[in-house]
Design a protein around this ligand. Structure first.
Ligand code: GDP
Length: 473
């Protein structure tokens, strides 16, 4: 490897060592000082780099404003179970196939694209906020717009509220789709009023959140919903530079018997080409083929295009970011570094306690940030409200609690991933975490605190917060 980096023949390096009386076999390791001496002997200048420099420049290459072009919006559908997320995704897809690609067999690759008024819209095919936040926890922010589905024959439910919290935490604008308006028992007005209580102010109530009454099964107003998406996208002024190497996120990945590792990537900037060398999470590979959700093989994928990548050496994870690099050596260097880091992290996992009160205090103190992020779950809505009110009162000019999410019900995996992305501690009041949530919390090093007396809960938080107050001078 040293020979390679100096662009010298390996045999010359081995000979040099022999002259010094040292016999080396390929794969033997020499220390950095020796390497530096050898490099100097061969007439090379050495630049020492830190481990963290290995990934430098991989992401976020600066673009010039004049190179930026509009790109399609990426949409995620969220909402309570049975309110019609899947039905809506299916209905939109069936009604709006990208023109010119008719006849292709639709396949589930994790995202699809439709066309409306000559403009493309990308939909993430996994509904719900859990997947959305799990991806965010891994570093990928792919969603531009969240469609919040609420069934008009039901009401705002726990997962509706969770979806609102998750979208807000990500800073993603919401469009409300009031679904099932074909039902005789539908009461859209009730939904609007309930949403007010969760600080979602729809247009017809004087707010600025776009809303559309739809029926997924009857296909009513799907056009209007897509128009609302395009309108919101225009406001967001979404842009990317297509004339550069691609970057983006992995949405799904699997090991296919016939095709090997297959990863669905969402290109977020640049253009991904067949033949590109891609680094995705801990894996890399040369793009052998790009396949769309219509099963078409394409040569290049533009920004906001979801596409299957064939040719990776292994399966990355959903939420991993990907980037194109110039040569295989760099791809190897980065992925080896990451695999090493992943192993180290796994070893250190039990020591790490990202979401513990103590760790959070020192984090916040060193960052100078005076907010105390919390995810609060309680047995009944009444007690949750009482806790939130009590914590609000604790706030001073210097420090205050920031409630990332508060709701009734047990602690779920989705609460943990929300805590992970927002650096929050999870609090359970007369509720427990389910096994999946406990596992996720342990894996992520998130602290879950259980209480059954509001007074002691508030006291603990007060103590933690007073540790945050700047010492008197
Ligand atoms: P999800 O859990 O949010 O993905 O909800 P689904 O899409 O699975 O829908 C739940 C149920 O509601 C299914 O039985 C659907 O057929 C039904 N459903 C969904 N949308 C509508 C609608 O617009 N009108 C009526 N009447 N039923 C709907």
């Amino acid at each position: 490897e040293l020979a390679g980096r100096m662009a010298e023949r390996a045999v010359d390096v081995v000979k040099f060592f022999m002259k010094q009386g040292q016999i080396l076999k390929p794969g033997d390791v020499i220390d950095a000082d020796t390497a530096e001496l050898v490099a100097a002997e061969f007439g090379h200048t050495v630049r020492r780099v830190a481990e963290s420099d290995i990934e430098e420049g991989l992401f976020d290459i600066a673009d010039r404003p004049e190179d930026m072009l509009p790109r399609p919006p990426v949409v995620t559908i969220m909402g309570h179970v049975d309110h019609g997320k899947t039905s809506l995704l299916d209905a939109i897809r069936n009604a709006n196939v990208v023109s010119g690609e008719a006849g292709g067999i639709t396949q589930h690759i994790g995202a699809y694209q439709v066309e409306k008024n000559g403009q493309k819209i990308t939909f993430i095919d996994t509904p719900g906020h859990a997947a959305f936040t799990a991806m965010r926890a891994r570093g990928a922010q792919v969603t531009d717009i969240a469609i919040l589905v609420v069934a008009a024959d039901d009401s705002v439910m726990p997962q509706t509220i969770e979806s609102i919290s998750h979208a807000k935490a990500a800073g993603v604008p919401i469009i409300v789709a009031i679904n099932k308006i074909d039902k005789p028992s539908a009461d859209p007005q009730k939904v609007r009023t309930q949403l007010l209580q969760h600080e979602v102010f729809v247009e017809s109530m004087g707010g600025d959140v776009l809303e559309v009454e739809v029926s997924a099964t009857k296909g009513t107003n799907l056009d209007k919903l897509l128009e609302a998406v395009l309108l919101q996208a225009e406001v967001l002024d979404l842009q990317a530079n297509p004339n550069r190497t691609a970057e983006g996120a992995i949405i799904e990945a699997k090991l296919d018997k016939g095709r090997g590792p297959v990863a669905t990537a969402l290109v977020q900037t640049g253009t991904l080409l067949v033949g590109d060398i891609v680094v995705a999470g801990n894996e890399w590979g040369r793009v052998r083929a790009l396949v769309t959700d219509r099963g078409d093989h394409i040569k290049e994928a533009l920004p906001s295009t979801p596409v299957e990548i064939l040719g990776l050496q292994g399966t990355p994870q959903a939420g991993d970011r990907f980037a194109v690099v110039h040569d295989e050596a760099r791809a190897r260097e980065i992925t080896e570094y990451r695999q090493r880091k992943a192993r180290d992290k796994a070893a250190a996992k039990h020591a790490g306690q990202r979401g513990s009160l103590e760790h959070m205090m020192s984090q916040l103190q060193s960052s100078g940030l005076k907010e105390f992020p919390l995810v609060i779950k309680g047995d009944v809505q009444g007690s949750v409200e009482a806790i939130v009110a009590a914590l609000d009162k604790l706030g001073t000019d210097e420090v205050r609690a920031r409630i990332v999410h508060a709701g009734a019900g047990g602690i779920t995996e989705s609460d943990i991933s929300l805590a992970e992305t927002s650096g929050a501690v999870v609090i359970g009041f007369n509720v427990r975490a389910n096994p999946q949530a406990r596992q996720a919390a342990e894996a992520a090093g998130i602290d879950i605190r259980y209480y059954s007396i509001i007074y002691s809960l508030v006291d603990d938080i007060k103590d933690a917060m007073s540790g945050l107050l700047s010492p008197e001078r």
